[in-house]
Design a protein around this ligand. Structure first.
Ligand SMILES: *Cc1c(COP(=O)(O)O)cnc(C)c1O
Length: 349
């Protein structure tokens, strides 16, 4: 970066050791299966290249992205053969999909035929076991149908692994039935939450995403997973408030006593959505600093009465404990991570 590049008053600190430890824990919890890594949506917002290069060094054998563009970008940094593209192939993908070396996850009978007509080589296949999202439907499926493919991973995806519902058992049974007799190198069913459902769900490879990045997909993971992302923003202004002072757009907070407020450099354009209005908090020196009033595009006002020494230029931690921030905002941990804006500097520590 040149000396002239502008200073960014907000950043997200990313803990590389925590990321690697989370993968190691998930790999261990996957038992005889190997844990891969879902790095779609730019590594759940953290940065797919930074995530994947760290995890491949730690021994992670395989990575899952959504789009061919994502595979293309990642393949400049890790071997393309270690990448699968979950969203399959469209006719428009032909040139890249047949030259890059990454594998498509074929999701429909049409995609299987397309891939065969392109003589595309190694591939993965997704079968639908009850989620009715992507995957070849049971009605269209037979083991013979993929007999001619160079099939690496035969996979399915769990819809409700984060909860204890019979759908998990039903999907597991369907996967056992549909995958019986299929010639493939590996079978894969579990996402982060699925890993915690036990050995029956592990097969040959697991595909954690959320838990790599600190999300507790199920409470059982609580002892093994630590937070990776910590957003921080700088104080741009400190102001003394009198009773009756109104704050921010639409005056959604009104002081009922003398208070000290600080304006910090993060807003909904950075993924700190308006659902944190009067609900989120920041931390400085271990003190909770609640959000006051409406979050705006580039700015959020917080109560710093508990940290009266805070000054312009000081950094505060934005509370992004995924479970707590999720409860405060109504956003899922997935949305919190993937929503972190491009304006936030990614700072790996
Ligand atoms: C996103 C995704 C995963 C990872 O899911 P998490 O819940 O984040 O662990 C695994 N498999 C497929 C098919 C996915 O789309």
């Amino acid at each position: 970066m040149s000396d002239l590049s502008g200073h960014l008053p907000l950043r997200v600190k990313l803990n590389g050791a925590a990321l690697v430890n989370n993968w190691r824990a998930l790999d261990r919890l996957s038992g005889a299966a190997k844990a891969g890594a879902a790095v779609k949506a730019n590594g759940y917002g953290l940065g797919a290249v930074e995530v994947a290069t760290r995890l491949i060094d730690a021994g992670c054998p395989h990575f899952f992205v959504a789009h061919w563009r994502e595979a293309e970008e990642l393949s400049a940094h890790i071997p393309a053969t270690a990448i699968s593209v979950l969203n399959g192939v469209l006719p428009e993908d032909r040139a890249l999909a047949t030259s890059l070396g990454a594998r498509p996850v074929l999701n429909s009978t049409r995609q299987v035929k397309l891939w065969q007509s392109w003589d595309g080589g190694g591939c993965d296949v997704m079968i639908d076991t009850g989620m009715n999202r992507l995957g070849i439907a049971a009605a269209d499926w037979s083991a013979d149908f993929v007999a001619g493919l160079d099939l690496h991973i035969l996979m399915s995806h769990l819809a409700s692994a984060d909860t204890d519902v019979t759908q998990n058992v039903a999907q597991h049974e369907a996967f056992m039935e549909m995958s019986a007799g299929v010639v493939c190198r590996a079978r894969s069913l579990a996402n982060s939450a699925g890993i915690a459902l036990g050995a029956d769900y592990h097969f040959d490879m697991t595909r954690p995403g959320l838990a790599l990045y600190g999300g507790l997909a199920r409470p059982e993971l609580g002892d093994h997973i630590t937070q990776v992302a910590q957003p921080q923003a700088q104080v741009l202004q400190v102001r003394a408030l009198k009773p009756g002072d109104k704050l921010g757009y639409n005056a959604l907070f009104e002081a009922d006593r003398p208070m000290t407020a600080a304006v910090v450099a993060i807003g909904y354009a950075d993924g700190y959505l308006r659902s944190f209005t009067n609900a989120g908090q920041c931390f400085a020196n271990g003190k909770s600093l609640p959000v006051l009033g409406r979050v705006s595009m580039d700015l959020t006002i917080i109560d710093v009465s508990a940290a009266p020494d805070l000054q312009e230029g000081d950094w505060v931690d934005v509370d992004y404990d995924l479970a707590r921030a999720s409860a405060q905002s109504g956003l899922s941990p997935y949305e919190l991570l993937t929503g972190m804006g491009q304006r936030m500097q990614r700072l790996w520590v």
